[in-house]
Each structure stands twice: as structure tokens, then as C-alpha cells.
Ligand binder design. Structure first.
Ligand code: ADP
Ligand code: TRP
Length: 331
């Protein structure tokens, strides 16, 4: 059976981008594959959270994984920081990861632009740690959104380089995976680009947002003064709202508003109201379970402990082989 690995950084609550880009695939894949889903808490350290913040955010992701329907009996759910073998593999891979290729990664370049005062080495080697997360279980499929494609390419490079260096055929090539024919990119509400935690509060709709908050955010989403000619191309902000509708609403609803747009009869108030209601319906089952699971500390402890054991067992096997390939020997 093929092995699947994916993780989400614990930098806040999960939003619709995480849900449609990643988690929905996790939930489906757990029935068909050998799955490892983790909380990337080491990765979140690049932003220097306080100890309290770190723990709170890890809890958000753990709770929301479970609320979304990941079953700890089927998939292994764990904290990255509970599997120190990942760090050892990260160190080994770092020895053959080159400054030039790391500096060329788009996510690194974006971060340098966004936070020029915090360009730390962890940020530079972020894709190496991500490769270690994947290679530690020798996974072949990695459910992620469109923005992670380049990181997957780097993971293949690092795995292949290791194989060549030690003349082994040990690490298989991991590929980004989605059940839909293309990798998903969920747009944000601010009129430009993707939905993300770091793009500001108003841009993202969180799985834990109440219906009132969702309505407020969607009504305030960036739009324009409306089409002036029939069948005119939609500007980015409007296209984004239609893309969101395509994800959460029925095809009929989407077609209805698309026709109104094309005949210049659309009223953005009605359009946004419908979009908000459909988002509320789409997220309702998850939202309802978040509260309940978050208060069950005992259950969370059990899930994390059980997951850590299973993940370490798999990681240890890989590390034993890797150390031997490299030439570490006991005296
Ligand atoms: P964020 O960008 O909000 O910080 P992460 O980078 O931790 O979230 O992403 C975790 C997972 O969610 C990744 O698989 C990523 O591809 C996916 N993801 C995040 N935002 C989006 C989005 N807007 N559209 C599709 N997938 C997304
Ligand atoms: N880089 C991913 C993101 O920002 C999170 C991540 C870390 C990940 N390690 C991973 C995703 C391993 C898949 C597999 O979304």
C-alpha cells in the first residue's frame, strides 16, 4: 500500500484554503492509503511564537484535524516535535542541500520580501525539513495545495541526491496529490491572491468562524462597481469570489450568478449573501465538532500519544537504514 504524508504548520486556526487544499484530501485518503498526518510545529518556529502561542496553535490544528474527520484509528496523527528522528534526517539532508537552490525557492523569496528583518536559517532550510518529514516515512503521495508544488520538487531532488550519493534505491519520489484533477488554490477575500493565515484577518474564513463572522467577512470582501458590458472578463477580486462560490456552492447557484454577471444584472449584495450562506453550510459539521473536541483534553492526549508512537516506529526504521548507508557504525 502506498504511503501518504502531509502536515500543516501550527501558525493559527485552519481556514478554507487549508480545508479544501489539504484536509479534505486527508479525510478521503485515510480509507485508501497508509497515512501520516502531522502538525508542523517545528516549522512554525521560523516565526518565533511565544511558548503559549505555540501550544495553543498546535491544539487548534490537532482539534481541527479531528473535527474535519481524520480518524486516529485509520491515519496516524502526530506532532512533528514528537518525532526527533525527523531532525536527524533533516541534518543529513542539509549536508547536500545547496545555498543557491534554497535561495531560489519562491516561498523563501516571498518571505525575504515580507519579513526582511527575520531571514533566519530555518526559513532558508524550510524545504529541507519538509523533505525530511516526507522521506522519513518514504511516502509517495503528499496531499497539499498548489502553493506547495515547488517544495515537492525539492523533496524529490533531495531524496534522489541521497540515493545517488550512497548508491542505493531507498527513497521513492514523492508527488503532490489531490483528488481533483488539479491542485487546489483557494482565493482570499481581499481581492488578490490566495487565502492564507499570514495575509491578514479579513482575508481568511476560518473553520471555527461563527456564521455571523462569516457573513461579516464575506459582505466586506473586496469587489467593484459591477460589470458595464455583457460577457466582460472578471477582474481578479470578482473572479476570486466566483472561484470561492465554485468550491462551496452548487453548480446551479454558480451558473445563476455567472449568468447575472454576464448580463450585467448581478447585485453583489445578493451574490455575497448566497456565498456566505453556502460557506456556513459547507463548514457547519466541522464547526460544530470543534468545540466539543477542544474541551476533551483526555482524548487529545490519547490521540497525540498513540500517534507519536506509531510515527516514531516508522521513523526509526528509516533512520536505522539511513545511518547504515551513511557509514555510522557501533564500536
Ligand atoms: P497558510 O498558507 O495559511 O500559512 P500553510 O502554509 O500551513 O497555511 O498550508 C497548509 C496546507 O494548506 C498546505 O497543504 C497548503 O498547500 C494548503 N493551503 C493553504 N492555503 C491554501 C489555499 N489558499 N488554497 C489551497 N491550499 C492551501
Ligand atoms: N510546508 C507546508 C505548508 O506550509 C507544511 C508542511 C511541512 C508539509 N512539512 C510538510 C506539507 C510535509 C506536506 C508534507 O503548507
Amino acid at each position: 500500500m502506498e504511503t501518504v504524508v502531509s502536515g500543516i504548520r501550527s501558525t493559527g486556526k485552519l481556514h478554507l484554503g487549508n480545508y479544501y487544499g489539504a484536509i479534505q484530501n486527508f479525510v478521503k485518503m485515510q480509507h485508501e492509503y497508509h497515512c501520516f498526518f502531522f502538525i508542523a510545529d517545528y516549522h512554525s518556529l521560523t516565526t518565533h511564537p511565544t511558548p503559549q502561542n505555540l501550544h495553543e496553535n498546535v491544539k487548534h490544528v490537532l482539534v481541527e484535524y479531528l473535527a474535519a474527520g481524520i480518524d486516529p484509528e485509520k491515519a496516524t496523527i502526530y506532532l512533528q516535535s514528537d518525532v526527533p528522528e525527523v531532525i536527524e534526517l533533516y541534518l543529513f539532508l542539509n549536508m547536500n542541500a545547496y545555498l543557491g537552490e534554497l535561495e531560489r525557492s519562491t516561498s523563501f523569496k516571498d518571505k525575504v520580501r515580507a519579513q526582511p528583518n527575520n531571514v533566519n536559517a530555518g526559513l532558508l532550510t524550510y524545504p529541507v525539513l519538509m523533505a525530511a518529514d516526507i522521506l522519513i516515512h518514504r511516502a509517495t503521495k503528499v496531499p497539499v495545495g498548489k502553493d506547495q508544488e515547488q517544495h515537492l520538487e525539492m523533496a524529490r531532488t533531495f531524496g534522489n541526491r541521497f540515493n545517488r550519493m550512497y548508491n542505493v534505491d531507498y527513497f521513492p519520489e514523492p508527488y503532490a496529490f489531490s483528488f481533483s484533477d488539479k491542485l487546489v488554490k483557494v482565493p482570499g477575500l481581499d481581492g488578490k491572491g490566495k487565502m492564507g493565515k499570514s495575509e491578514g484577518e479579513a482575508n481568511a474564513v476560518y473553520l471555527s468562524d461563527t456564521p455571523e463572522i462569516i457573513r461579516k467577512k464575506v459582505m466586506r470582501a473586496v469587489s467593484d462597481s459591477g460589470p458595464t458590458e455583457p460577457n466582460q472578463q472578471k477582474p481578479e477580486a470578482i473572479q476570486n469570489l466566483f472561484d470561492l462560490m465554485k468550491i462551496v456552492s452548487s453548480e446551479d447557484t454558480y451558473q445563476h450568478f455567472d449568468q447575472l454577471y454576464n448580463s450585467c444584472q448581478i447585485r453583489y449584495g445578493d451574490f455575497k449573501k448566497q456565498l456566505a450562506e453556502d460557506m456556513i453550510i459547507a463548514t457547519q459539521p466541522v464547526r460544530e465538532r470543534i468545540q466539543e473536541i477542544a474541551s476533551d483534553t483526555n482524548y487529545l492526549h490519547k490521540v497525540a500519544t498513540f500517534g507519536a508512537e506509531k510515527a516514531r516506529e516508522s521513523a526509526r526504521k528509516t533512520l536505522t537504514a539511513v545511518r547504515e548507508f551513511i557509514g555510522f557504525k557501533r564500536f
